[in-house]
Design a protein around this ligand. Sequence first.
Ligand code: NAI
Ligand code: MG
Length: 504
Amino acid sequence: MTTTTAPQLHPDAKAFLDKKSHKLLIGGQWVDALSGKTFKTTNPASGELLGTVAEADRADVDAAVAAARAAFEGPWSKVTPSERGKLLNRLADLVESHAEELAQLETLDNGKVIGEALKGDLPLSADLLRYFAGWTTKIAGETTPVSVPYYPGARFMHYTVREPLGVVGAIIPWNFPLLMAVERLAPALACGNTVVLKPAEQTPLSALRLGELIGEAGLPPGAVNIVPGFGPTAGAALAAHMGVDKISFTGSTEVGREVVKASAGNLKKVSLELGGKSPNIVFEDADLDAAAKGMFMGIFYNQGQTCSAGSRVFVHESKFEAMVAALAERAKKVRQGPGLDPASRMGPLVSEEQMKRVLSYVEAGKKEGAKLLAGGERAGGPLAGGWFVQPTVFSDVKDSMRIAQEEIFGPVVAVMPFKDEAEVLARANGTPYGLVAGVWTKDIKKAFRMAQGLKAGVVWLNCYQFVDAAAPWGGTKQSGYGREKGPYAIEAYTQVKSVWVDLN
Ligand code: NAI
Ligand code: MG
């Protein structure tokens, strides 16, 4: 089925694709959707069919939540913290030993270039599992010296316990399908929760393969359930489900708002990792070579389909012309092609819908008077069968333009000059978003002043696009709330019980 675009597929990737149809994972069983419905998943580099996938809807989500609840109350609750850690480490080993195969599935389904999948998504996924495996035995409460002023002579002991929340629903996007799945599963399971995972409809394959590896690792049935399907059906059913204790959502700000509304029924906990329109700021005293690389990678990594894309680049006016010209030249030289071709440096966008959305922003930029310096079109020639958009650079951008305010989620950057620190800080903070920000300067005081002033959940000083299992991740303002990764994820997947003991 995939021989035209994937001549050197790993035998395990080929075997997985050769199944041609994939099911839901509910209570440890691979099952069809109750409706019998399926949907297609395709290779965005060519439009070619990769397989059909059972399409979960409300009834399947009900079954998955029931299975997750049964596992939470039953076998999973009896697994000791140390054993949970072992299981997560075993899964990490499997992710690592299947890295090539998983990276190929990711590239085929999502479009990203294989090098990025192999060097980024895969090692990070294994590392997240190991990081949270280590946490399992360290999720402790504390003893608290209570005084009880209204009760003279009081003698009490008081302690706290960190308990799992119960059933966690994870609704994830298509830009880092495996990594996003693991980023939810690892802390949720480490804390003793069970999970219902809804992968994005564009990219279900790597999560389904991960589901097989989860079984191989020996997690009890129902600890992880996987229900691919569409947002308004499966996603909405999970978000509103009365039997779900927490939703962890990553995706658009618009859907994030829907998830919050849907959570009101049972007041489930919600954490949201939403959109961004992040500033990447280059001062005149920066290491300009490093900044040039950071500008480029900040926007074009993963075809610009990152929540943390440095999509607003501010360059000090004294260096503006040279830096922008260099960025545009570099953008024009990017070798685009199918992600599995090792010579490709940029792959297609995930879908025709995303390509159209991105191209409509290019049109909006032109119409509002921005100057196109590179790209701006769908790639043609041998790439015309896929959803490729050329790396695109705009200058003459005003802060008020749509391309400077709205998340594009594609390889389109708006580059703007600035005069001084106070001005650029105000402009950098001038969108509804606040996910990440980058600053390039050799002046250490200026760097820390900027880090203090930027309204963002993550600030990178003289670097960009770095993430780690141990470093908290999440946004301010309309980029969401809650933190994934790092110790804060443990708080996000547990609740505190306060226990009193009368010693009088
Ligand atoms: P989306 O927000 O619609 O989809 C993300 C996930 O939410 C998917 O699993 C989807 O099935 C699910 N979903 C959709 N509607 C839902 C609903 N009503 N209830 C529950 N779940 C629902 O994102 P989409 O349409 O794929 O992309 C649109 C834009 O969103 C992008 O252009 C980009 O700006 C932004 N986005 C941001 C991401 C991030 O990493 N922060 C990731 C993906 C998209
Ligand atoms: Mg959508």
